[in-house]
Design a protein around this ligand. Structure first.
Ligand SMILES: Cc1cc2nc3c(=O)[nH]c(=O)nc-3n(C[C@H](O)[C@H](O)[C@H](O)COP(=O)(O)OP(=O)(O)OC[C@H]3O[C@@H](n4cnc5c(N)ncnc54)[C@H](O)[C@@H]3O)c2cc1C
Length: 492
């Protein structure tokens, strides 16, 4: 048997690539996972400095069962590899007029804290909203995220027709913002729920109200935090991959993939490996542009509107500030303008909303005793690299807002800074234009036109990951790996 021939080769060692490799290996295949970086994990990367530890990318973790499932696939106890805790405190919100509250996942605590700033009808509207999106998700969520991409012709399939009242309801027909305006009785609550549009890097004033289902995962199912930080997801899955015999090559640049007859040939520069099946788990635009050049597919997908990128500052904070929870949001005054600037003007917003993730609030060893590890994230337009002046302006704005709204003076308190931005995200992870979640979902039909999980041109070529169906974010990319595995089985 040729040692350089595999049943399946997977390109890209992010969560989608690792999950795809594990699933194919479980089918008894000889599997090779190729990653250009120094270790597996993709955007689940990390920084360390003098006892401070930051997760570079994802910070919000939902649906841990999708990770557990990969260990269970091999009859392992997930707890022997990967542990996580349920976090009740969903997020701390700060509004420009001084309104601030903790938004809890627990309905009783949530209603109590909202009651300090909102009247009874407004609080009730939040509870009704959360219940309603739960029902919608139960009815139709999996039709979209657990199955191959739907086409327009699928709209007439029985399983979809049955759910038509929900699927074609005003949730679908209105924008997320309009839907939220109808459902919620206060503009701050509308802003709060519009924010979930950013979970796939999209514009809540354009995307379908169907995406109101996103917070269901956090608020009805739960928000979690992995013991050891988000990096523990990649580390534990990498360990499993090694144990079960997935062949992994890190620091491996892939020059080109070609198909000759039924065989995929992968040019690694100084050697070549071949496979019967190939799974692309990198951004599909980068793939069509650089790895398996395809002018037609590139033309189709390259100019699709991208989801946002980000500027992330990783700050080593001197001091302990209990006011800063695990997840914190400081909102802008004009949210609609912020999204106009992100998607139409394509500039870094002049008054951005920003997010602080402080894992030292729940993990002692994430920072030294008298310090905190802040991850400060600002959404930015895909493809636009902020200038040094803009970066400095953002630092000043963030510090100013924190002083004004939370009362923390950061003067002299940022001991060290690292940064991720459009150009670095693009270079490090291969994401086209540095976008965090592939194409944006900014039209009512975006999920139907997203790149699917199987090539229409090349037999046995599949796609998993954040740029393709069903979308970005850890839970969805894990679903994409499962969909690909099932498609391969169906074809086989
Ligand atoms: C700042 C930030 C915040 C985020 N926040 C969240 C969050 O809170 N929650 C959440 O669920 N998601 C979040 N995400 C999104 C999430 O990280 C992605 O959706 C997810 O990592 C996508 O997984 P993937 O496997 O498709 O791709 P990636 O994680 O991007 O991995 C792709 C891998 O492919 C490798 N690669 C690329 N090109 C090549 C090549 N030519 N040869 C070999 N290897 C290659 C890259 O090095 C990389 O390791 C965030 C992302 C960022 C950047």
């Amino acid at each position: 048997m040729n040692p350089n021939h595999y049943n399946t080769i997977i390109l890209g060692g992010g969560p989608a690539g690792i999950a795809s490799a594990l699933r194919r290996r479980k089918r008894g295949e000889k599997v090779l996972l190729i990653e250009k970086g120094r270790h597996l994990g993709g955007k689940l990367d990390f920084y360390e400095w003098e006892g401070y530890r930051w997760d570079k990318g994802p910070s919000l973790f939902t649906l841990p069962a999708l990770i557990d499932e990969l260990f269970q696939l091999y009859g392992k106890n997930p707890k022997d590899y990967f542990n996580y805790k349920l976090i009740d405190e969903n997020c701390r919100y700060y509004f420009p007029d001084g309104t601030h509250f903790i938004f809890h996942s627990d309905p009783i605590k949530r209603q109590e804290s909202l009651a300090d700033f909102f009247n009874e009808a407004e609080v009730k509207s939040v509870e009704n909203y959360i219940q309603k999106i739960g029902k919608t998700y139960e009815a139709i969520g999996d039709l979209f995220i657990a199955a191959p991409r739907r086409g327009f012709k699928d709209l007439f399939k029985a399983e979809i027709l049955k759910q038509y009242p929900k699927f074609a309801s005003r949730q679908m027909l209105l924008s997320l913002n309009k839907y939220n305006e109808r459902m919620l009785k206060n503009e701050k609550l509308v802003q709060l729920f519009n924010r979930y549009g950013t979970y796939n890097g999209s514009n809540p004033y354009k995307m379908s109200g169907l995406y109101s289902m996103i917070p269901h995962l956090e608020l009805n199912i739960g928000t979690y935090f992995p013991v050891g930080g988000m990096r523990a997801i990649a580390e534990s899955l990498s360990k499993l991959a090694e144990e079960v015999g997935v062949e992994v090559r890190c620091n491996q640049l892939t020059k080109e993939v070609t198909k000759e007859g039924e065989i995929f040939k992968v040019n690694l520069g100084d050697s070549e490996v071949t496979a019967d099946q190939f799974i692309c788990a990198i951004d599909h635009v980068s793939f069509y542009e650089n790895i398996m050049p395809d002018a037609q597919m590139l033309a189709k997908h390259k100019d699709e509107e991208r989801s946002t990128t980000a500027v992330v500052f990783y700050w080593a904070i001197d001091g302990n500030y209990p006011e800063i929870g695990l997840h914190n949001i400081l909102f802008s005054a004009d949210y609609e303008k912020e999204f106009r600037q992100l998607f139409e003007d394509k500039v870094v917003p002049d008054d951005p909303t920003f997010y602080i993730h402080n894992s030292s609030a729940v993990e002692e060893n994430a920072a030294p005793k008298n310090g905190q590890n802040w991850f400060v994230m600002i959404n930015a337009p895909a493809g636009v690299q902020p200038t040094d002046e803009e970066l400095e302006r953002l630092r000043t704005q963030v510090k100013g807002k924190i002083k004004e709204h939370i009362g923390i003076d950061l003067e002299g308190k940022v001991l060290h800074e690292e940064r991720w931005d459009m150009a670095r995200i693009q270079k490090d992870t291969g994401s086209h234009m540095g976008s965090l979640y592939g194409a944006a979902f900014n039209t009512k039909t975006s999920s139907f036109s997203r790149h699917g999980n199987k090539s229409k041109k090349h037999k046995n070529l599949y796609f998993a990951g954040g740029s393709v169906h069903p979308g970005g974010g850890i839970p969805l990319v894990l679903k994409s790996a499962k969909i690909v595995d099932e498609l391969i089985e169906k074809n086989g």
